[in-house]
Ligand binder design. Structure first.
Ligand SMILES: Nc1nc2c(ncn2[C@@H]2O[C@H](COP(=O)(O)OP(=O)(O)OP(=O)(O)O)[C@@H](O)[C@H]2O)c(=O)[nH]1
Ligand SMILES: [Zn+2]
Length: 175
């Protein structure tokens, strides 16, 4: 229907399988709708580690819900465990993957990861930062390639304690 609407000849060879390919692609890029990031954080280890855990530079690709074009970048997830309860490191990246693979807003990716962690691990604090380039701002519309959006959500002690939060931000900015 999109190809017809833009005036394409939908019978030409290259386009014949395009509806099928696009359907398959959307099933893949929106597969996170069927998943709950909180499920991943059920994998826990009792390690007695009460200090910072940070997994940074987690790459992600998502789809802007306004234009259905990609936005992509990196997510950084930090938390301070309570009672030494930590989750698997890969589970943080899996949560990013799940919430990215939905029609999204960058703010919602950021806050839903933070809330999921707070609700499951009940840590002392969480800090999530997401930086991304939105193709709806680069290839169309205002056309500002290179413009970067940064969103951050802090919860618990990382919301109330500015010193601890700036320590986390220093680690995020470190190479
Ligand atoms: N807050 C937020 N806005 C977003 C995100 N992704 C895209 N947008 C914005 O959503 C807005 C939609 O604005 P509209 O005026 O309804 O749509 P539009 O006419 O296509 O807007 P332009 O992009 O300005 O041409 C735009 O300003 C986009 O930049 C996001 O993750 N978070
Ligand atoms: Zn957009």
């Amino acid at each position: 229907m999109i190809l017809e609407a833009v005036g394409e000849d939908v019978s030409r060879e290259g386009l014949q399988d395009t509806p099928k390919r696009v359907a398959k692609m959307y099933a893949e890029v929106f597969s996170g709708l069927k998943e709950d990031p909180k499920e991943y954080f059920k994998t826990v280890f009792h390690e007695g580690h009460e200090e910072l855990v940070l997994v940074k530079d987690i790459p992600f690709y998502s789809m802007c819900e306004h234009h259905l074009v990609p936005f992509f970048g990196k997510a950084h997830i930090a938390y301070i465990p309570r009672d030494g309860v930590v989750t698997g490191l890969s589970k943080l990246a899996r949560a990013v993957e799940t919430v990215s693979k939905r029609p999204q807003l960058q703010e919602r990716i950021t806050s839903s990861i933070a809330e999921s962690l707070m609700e499951t691990l009940n840590p002392h604090g969480v800090y999530v930062m997401v930086e991304a380039e939105h193709m709806c701002m680069t290839m169309r519309g205002i056309k500002k390639p290179g413009a970067k959006t940064v969103t951050a959500v802090s919860r618990g002690i990382l919301e109330t304690d500015a010193v601890k939060r700036s320590e986390v931000i220093t680690y995020i900015n470190m190479n």
